[in-house]
Design a protein around this ligand. Structure first.
Ligand code: ADP
Length: 370
């Protein structure tokens, strides 16, 4: 089968890496000829935000999918009209692309998500109470385009752009659940994962799976998952990012209509990875067993502050000596502060052992430049 992916980053790379054990051809569209997928796929240099580039790329493919959601959704809709399979469908991609539409979607489907106000510009009266979070409608990524407004004094730093203003949740834990659905309607979820963020870089830092949550919290998540999948009405692999607040209530933060950083530890931690699962979704195959073997975790290898240029993974040899530890690099030539360059997965017999091991590994390795 000819499988086309918009975006050539690490998510696409790990999908292809996993799926090469089957017999398919992977085609990738990305503006950067040096991207993570360039050397392991049939690569087309082009802009996935351009209507024409996406239409040209889709021609002759059996299925077209994404590894980044900021793509030209009109072109995907046009491909659907031409009879080309698009997974997930263009409608849900369009909703998720825009924070305003995404929030309205949750509200419409009674999916619990923090209270919000929509503004088109700062000329409008702000009615939501302090503290709140401003999220740009488009253009935000990895914590950029998101800022907390705590008091009146912060109002002057607000961006004058279409935004969602959202009540600040008193977060106990950030959680994520990855769900897959094939065209037959079969659905499988991965165990809930806990995401621990680095406050400085605002980037996801550690994952811990399975999350330490009560049965009651699990029930809330199961309900949200059902509601979301019914409302989305599309085959695909989705990651729902959740907040558990200090009162034990679960809220949806946002959803990604694609492979997700919070699922990387499934590569060695589960019977099958999110990448295997996504491949099966694209081919409409029976979905894979997602059971976890033990405790698994992941730490992102991100570019250190003050280092820009050809990447060097300082201390990686020490990590290679460790048992139950697996390194994944993304084939990116250059590092810059905060850039996701790779990750390390760890397996352990207990949550405590896992956390100790992740913290230890973080102290061993650094992404710097030559
Ligand atoms: P991105 O799309 O860049 O990942 P998010 O919407 O996930 O942005 O926000 C980034 C981080 O900001 C979240 O992981 C969370 O820590 C914090 N955050 C976002 N929204 C809220 C909120 N309503 N209440 C509290 N913290 C929030």
């Amino acid at each position: 089968m000819k499988i086309g992916i918009l975006g050539g980053g690490q998510l696409g790379r790990m999908l292809i890496q996993d799926a090469l054990k089957y017999d398919d051809e992977f085609y990738v569209l990305d503006p950067n000829a040096d991207c993570s997928c360039a050397n392991i796929s049939f690569f087309t240099k082009g802009n996935f935000n351009s209507q024409q580039d996406v239409l040209d790329f889709g021609k002759g493919k059996d299925v077209v999918s994404i590894e980044i959601e900021h793509v030209n959704a009109e072109a995907l809709e046009e491909l659907e009209n031409q009879g080309i399979k698009v997974i997930p469908n263009s409608k849900i991609i369009k909703i998720i692309q825009q924070k305003i539409l995404q929030k309205k979607f949750y509200k419409h489907h009674q999916i619990p998500s923090p209270d919000f106000q929509i503004i088109q510009s700062l000329k409008e009266e702000i009615r939501i109470g302090f503290p709140f979070v401003q999220k740009l409608n488009t253009g935000g990524y990895d914590g950029k385009g998101v800022q907390v407004i705590r008091t009146e004094n912060d109002l002057e730093k607000m961006w004058d752009e279409p935004s969602v203003l959202e009540s600040l949740v008193d977060i106990d834990k950030e959680l994520s659940i990855i769900i897959a659905k094939n065209e037959e309607g079969e659905i499988k979820t991965f165990p809930v994962t806990e995401m621990i963020a680095d406050p400085k870089l605002n980037l996801l830092d550690f994952n811990i799976c399975p999350a330490q949550i009560s049965g009651e919290v699990q029930n809330q998540i199961d309900k949200i998952t059902d509601q979301f999948m019914n409302a989305a009405d599309s085959a695909g692999l989705f990651a729902i990012e959740l907040f558990l607040d200090k009162e034990g209530k679960v809220w949806v933060n946002e959803t990604a209509p694609r492979l997700h950083n919070s699922g990387h530890q499934t590569q060695e931690g589960n019977a099958n990875s999110q990448f295997e699962q996504f491949y099966r979704v694209l081919k409409n195959l029976p979905l894979a067993d997602t059971s976890s073997y033990q405790f698994s975790g992941m730490l992102n290898l991100v570019g250190e502050e003050n280092f820009t240029g050809k990447a060097k993974y300082d201390g990686l040899e020490n990590v290679l000596k460790l048992p139950n530890t697996y390194i994944h690099l993304y084939g990116k030539t250059d590092t810059k502060p905060g850039r996701k360059m790779g990750h390390i997965n760890v397996l352990a017999n207990s949550r405590e052992e896992l956390l100790d091991q992740l913290i230890h590994i973080k102290s061993l390795v650094q992404v710097i430049s030559e």
